[in-house]
Design a protein around this ligand. Sequence first.
Ligand code: 5GP
Ligand code: ZN
Length: 135
Amino acid sequence: MKKDDCIFCKLANGDIPTNTIYEDDDFRVFLDAAPVTRGHCLIVPKEHFDSLEQLDDKVAAKVMPLARKMMKLLKDKLGWDGFNIIQNNGKVAGQTVFHFHTHLIPRYNDDGQDLVMKPMPLKDGDIETVLNEII
Ligand code: 5GP
Ligand code: ZN
């Protein structure tokens, strides 16, 4: 199902033109309009899901194989040195477009980009405490 007021529904389904590098029945992969590195693109399903929580399992199962396929294409064409796959869910996690999507970010030795995670402060026992809350 498409959502009427969703920009990514329009982009993924071709209602608004994109710089598409790949398309099939379920997805469109296009260049991000504000790339963080050369070749930064987005895997976007044609069907609307707000985030990973709502994503259909059948669609979800196709995302990583497609990411690998795009990684190979981008390796051949752009020759990256490393690769980040980022998928944001919720405002606090950096999601700004509320239609599920996956960032494919080719990395280059000299790209000057900093996507490194910062460890949180930790007290003795914190890891065991959270483990016991989860299991
Ligand atoms: P998020 O922050 O939700 O994980 O990522 C949204 C991404 O979509 C951002 O990287 C942003 O640059 C990209 N974006 C937002 N609007 C458009 C658009 O109209 N066209 C394209 N190609 N990318 C967009
Ligand atoms: Zn949508």
